[in-house]
Write a protein that binds this ligand. Sequence first.
Ligand code: GNR
Ligand code: NI
Length: 176
Amino acid sequence: MAILNILNYPDPRLHTVAKPVIEVDAKIRQLINDMAETMYDAPGIGLAATQVNAHIQLLIIDTSETKDKLQVFINPKIIASSGEQDYEEGCLSVPGIYENVTRAEKVTVEALNHEGQKFTLKAHGLLSVCIQHEIDHLLGRVFVEYLSPLKRNRIKSKMLKQLRDNEPTKQHHNNI
Ligand code: GNR
Ligand code: NI
């Protein structure tokens, strides 16, 4: 197991469109284990392979209180959606930012599990939000793209400033 590096917005690699998984093999299951460790460590309730710079259609979610109900979605497809809901979203790739996003209230998703078996799941509420948020990552979309250009640009500037402030050269300067 390993904790993987999470890409931070506005890293252009977050806009990569993920390719379908051809075979659910030992290598994929290793990545699932590493992503799970990374998500629980963060901590977060979901993680898309895109966020750890693996551009394949794989995402994991655990919205349980007890953090022991990992759900794996490989090659996920939303086959039905209905209604609308607003939710204050956050993202491990946009740390410290929480903004309201409107999405479908209910979704039906088809995917493969960690054993490569096909399943269908109907979700509502937070799980539905999370599925849509993670599938967006696989399509190269980050939730801030639903916000106004003004808000998005403010967030982008804030993230770039954080990045600059964390550079080793600056760190040295700060410590003197
Ligand atoms: O940990 C996360 N919390 C969250 C809260 C509201 C809506 C979506 C999410 S997903 C996020 C983890 C993440 O960035 N997944 O891509
Ligand atoms: Ni996210």
